[in-house]
Design a protein around this ligand. Structure first.
Ligand code: GLY
Length: 350
């Protein structure tokens, strides 16, 4: 899989210009949602080669990452004479880069696309790594393809339009990347002030985080082995996220990831001896910046049930990626119901 390195842009106008050199303006289709259209498109709209570009806007929100939106985009491309040589530019967060990548990968058997991530979460996760897809029949990312973007551009200034909760949500994936990488990266991520965001200081952390993901994806683009490391925290996280909607206390993805990381590092401690002091540092950070999600005995059963249906499971066992230490990855781990309930006890202990 050809993964050209993600560009952390200091001058987005120049970098977009370079990325689209060679494509003619009438053949460029820019996909946005209402937010990226309002806050981010104005920054690039005067680029001469985008003068005749078509803008396609779909409603924001993961609920709209579906087949109906895909049909609308395919239809727009067809009706506006897009060809195999056309270029899609996906300008938005993970929802836009996922669906835009999917539509581009399937239109006329595949046209090239560029991702410009406008959210921190999208930048450190969805934009890079070639996963494209949409939700289907209530299942997240059920339909999709591995097909990397021709270029991925990240411009940290776009993140200044996000609220603090969305910055923290994105940051959770950076915490995950640091934990699967090195003690040094973990220390840097712990030191960053999530109270008052310094975007200058955030930029090199974002860049290193993306490089960690790229290094993993290069070795295992189709998630057959090492890429499962990127699922750290996510078995519990997906259950927390779905449950949070069910009980009408919806959580942002990254908040669920932090709670999931905490649970899975405790499971790592139980099963693989992950160091207790590092676990407690994560617990402190989670409580301080993300709060804790409360649930009762019925919640234990409901969360467990959701985990048994996780699509990462390859048999009847629940599949986890765990750590024996910071940077020491153990994929394809399992846990019993008793162990999972013990994790919930630890999580709720305060
Ligand atoms: N979001 C994890 C991955 O791209 O594999």
């Amino acid at each position: 899989m050809d993964l050209s390195g993600t560009i952390i842009s200091k001058n987005i106008v120049n970098d977009v210009q370079n990325a689209i050199a060679g494509y003619s303006g009438t053949d460029i289709f820019i996909l946005t949602d209402e937010n990226s259209l309002k806050y981010c498109f104005p920054v690039i709209k005067d680029i001469p080669s985008l003068e005749n570009a078509h803008i396609i806007t779909i409603p924001a929100g993961d609920d709209n990452k579906n087949i109906e939106s895909s049909v609308k985009i395919w239809q727009y491309l067809s009706e506006n004479n897009a060809t195999r040589k056309s270029l899609m530019i996906n300008l938005g967060g993970g929802m836009i880069t996922d669906i835009g990548g999917f539509v581009a990968s399937t239109f006329k058997r595949g046209i090239k696309y560029i991702n410009i991530s406008t959210t921190l979460l999208g930048a450190v996760d969805a934009a890079t790594g070639g996963k494209t897809g949409i939700n289907f029949l209530g299942l997240k990312n059920e339909i999709g393809a591995f097909n990397p973007a021709a270029s991925v551009l990240i411009y940290v200034d776009f993140f200044k339009t996000l609220d603090i909760e969305n910055i923290r949500s994105g940051y959770a994936e950076m915490v995950k990347h640091a934990l699967i990488d090195t003690q040094e990266e973990w220390e840097s991520v712990l030191k960053f002030n999530l109270e008052d965001i310094d975007f200058e200081a955030l930029t090199p952390l974002v860049e290193r985080s993306i490089r960690i993901k790229e290094k993993v994806v290069e070795q295992d683009p189709k998630e057959e082995h090492l890429r499962k490391a990127l699922n750290l925290g996510h078995t519990f996280a997906h259950a927390f996220e779905t449950f949070s909607y069910r009980v009408k206390r919806p959580a942002l993805h990254g908040y669920a990831v932090m709670w999931g990381l905490l649970c899975e590092l405790y499971l790592s401690h139980l099963k693989l001896g992950f160091p207790k002091d590092e676990l407690l540092r994560l617990k402190y950070m989670t409580k301080e910046y993300y709060g804790m999600f409360s649930f009762d005995c019925d919640g234990y059963e409901a969360l467990y049930e959701l985990m048994t249906h996780d699509k990462k499971n390859e048999s009847k066992d629940i599949n986890f990626t765990l750590l024996s230490d910071v940077g020491k990855i153990n994929i394809n781990q399992t846990a019993s119901k008793e162990e999972i309930f013990e994790v919930f006890d630890f999580y709720l202990m305060g």
